[in-house]
Design a protein around this ligand. Structure first.
Ligand SMILES: Cc1ncc(COP(=O)(O)O)c(C=O)c1O
Length: 383
């Protein structure tokens, strides 16, 4: 069973047929509470915040796909990151990559700091700069690769070596890469996080988050926090995410192929001044991405158009298939302007300092026909 390939595990682990009825899809368990064998006696499940069979199925699948000892499913990606920050105490320090989701930036700077936790940003594609940001009280490194929205690539094995050497916990948001392309735990990372809202569920119809770890003691601590604070994934969202996972590999591979084609189309176009996609040989992180990402460079890319900010805004508002919306990773292609949308919660000076310019446009490439998406970008660039 452990030899099963990724896509086989995505379909079968955590999705055992129902013993009572033979149903090939396990039922969705909606009960909030469970009868106990006796007062003070506990079965496997007692209350759905503490554990739910549908959520457990999903956690098993995710644990298998990421190669961990266990996982936890949350009500959103932010709830999952928040749970991790609650491992820290007043006086601790976080070093976070400068190219991270705006909501993670906001959580670290506006919520964790209130609990006495300090935060520094450092460009994580440069391990030396990351190390230089470490202070004696640094307890936690937080990274995204590919980064958001600049698609910077971080060498996870090098960061894991750094974290281990300095006795720091290393967490990676693997939402963009998905375990199809990158398995951070296998590279020495301690905690993998997902916005399950994105590729894992994959259809823009569900909200969730996940943490998967390779150490039982960390899992126990995270579980304690999750149960004590309560941000668990609903049974319905767990079902939708489990269903989405069954096609994760097929979707991601196809989306990567289309993204690669669109990145090359944009890079060759005179109306475009810069394309950020790790699959392009011109990308600074291409060599690391080639080694670290398995058979694809992701389906997210950013670009800048020639001309002023008004021109970039017009392009982002002129696509017909790419829909102007935040979020990513679903079958529908999306377009957005990070500075005013996904990264609006960055302080303007941090955006400027880390190269998140106003004219940047970010694409989430979906499953529509590549030719149609290319034509759509072509007509929008002429708008
Ligand atoms: C890379 C990344 N991480 C985390 C999150 C937060 O996840 P959620 O929206 O499910 O809370 C997002 C959301 O856009 C994201 O893009």
């Amino acid at each position: 069973m452990t030899n099963w390939k990724f896509r086989t595990r995505a379909i079968h682990i955590g999705n055992e047929r129902d013993a009572q009825t033979g149903a090939v899809v396990p039922p969705i368990h909606v009960a909030s509470t469970y009868v106990q064998p006796g007062a003070g006696e506990w079965g496997e499940f007692d209350y759905s915040r503490s554990g739910n069979p549908t959520r457990k199925n999903l956690e098993q699948t995710l644990t298998s796909l990421e190669g961990g000892v266990g996982g936890l499913a949350f009500s959103s990606g932010m709830a999952a990151i928040h749970c991790v920050t609650m491992l820290l105490q007043s006086g601790d320090h976080i070093v976070a990559g400068s190219d991270i989701y705006g909501g993670a930036y906001r959580l670290f700077h506006k919520i964790a700091t209130r609990a006495g936790v300090a935060v520094s940003l450092a460009p994580s594609h440069d391990v030396a700069q990351l190390e230089a940001a470490i202070q004696p009280n640094t307890k936690f490194l937080w990274l995204e690769t590919p980064g958001n929205p600049l698609m910077s690539i971080t060498d996870l094995a090098a960061c894991a070596e750094l974290a281990k050497r300095r006795g720091i916990l290393l967490g990676v948001d693997n939402t963009f890469a998905t375990p199809v392309l990158t398995r951070p735990l296998e590279l020495g990372v301690d905690i993998v996080m997902h916005s399950a809202t994105k590729y894992l569920a994959g259809h823009s119809d569900s909200l969730g988050g996940a943490l998967i770890v390779r150490d039982q003691e960390i899992l126990d601590r995270l579980y304690f926090i999750q149960n004590a604070t309560g941000a668990v994934m609903s049974a319905w969202d767990a079902f939708l995410t489990s269903r989405g996972l069954k096609t994760l590999e097929l979707r991601v591979r196809e989306q990567c192929r289309t993204a690669d084609r669109l990145a090359k189309f944009l890079a060759a176009d005179d109306r475009v001044s810069r394309v950020l996609y790790p699959g392009l040989a011109s990308h600074g992180g291409h060599a690391i991405a080639k080694r670290q990402m398995r058979g694809g460079f992701g389906a997210m890319l950013s670009f800048e158009v020639k001309g002023d900010y008004a021109k970039a805004k017009r392009v982002a508002e002129s696509t017909r298939l790419f829909q102007l919306a935040v979020s990513l990773g679903a079958v529908e292609s999306l377009i957005e302007q990070p500075a005013s949308m996904s990264h609006a919660s960055y302080d303007a000076q941090d955006r400027a300092a880390h190269g998140i310019v106003d004219g940047l446009i970010r694409l989430s490439v979906g499953l529509e026909a590549a030719e149609d998406l290319e034509q759509d970008l072509d007509q929008a660039l002429s708008a």
